[in-house]
Design a protein around this ligand. Structure first.
Ligand SMILES: [Zn+2]
Length: 111
């Protein structure tokens, strides 16, 4: 059971790291109104989708610490804001000339 002696602190470090990076990235959330260029839905609470898999992350961390670290960083940095209506990562800030143009086009299309 000696192998477990270093495994437990390692898992703790991984957990703290992943939670820490996630908190850091989510605190950068803009809170700006966004518009989806695919379906025209407007939201200021986009859903976020993380690429890759949590299981692979754990396996990489347990087998090789450095690739695990890189994989965690890649996953967190490639998180996308996705439209809560259609699930596409095509959200743009609504309060821009382009965003307003698209909002107007979608509201015309509906009426
Ligand atoms: Zn959409």
């Amino acid at each position: 059971m000696e192998a477990l002696a270093w495994l437990v602190p390692l898992i703790l470090v991984v957990a703290i790291f992943v939670v820490g990076v996630r908190a850091l990235l989510s605190s950068r959330r803009s809170g700006e109104p966004l518009i989806c260029t695919t379906c025209g839905a407007q939201t200021d609470m986009p859903q976020s989708k993380t690429r890759g898999s949590f299981a692979i992350e754990i396996v990489l961390w347990l087998a090789f610490v450095i690739p695990g670290l890189l994989y965690s960083l890649w996953r967190q940095s490639t998180r996308q804001k996705v439209c809560p209506s259609c699930g596409n990562a095509t959200l743009i800030v609504a309060n821009t000339p382009d965003g307003r143009k698209r909002a107007a086009r979608f509201s015309e299309g509906k009426s």
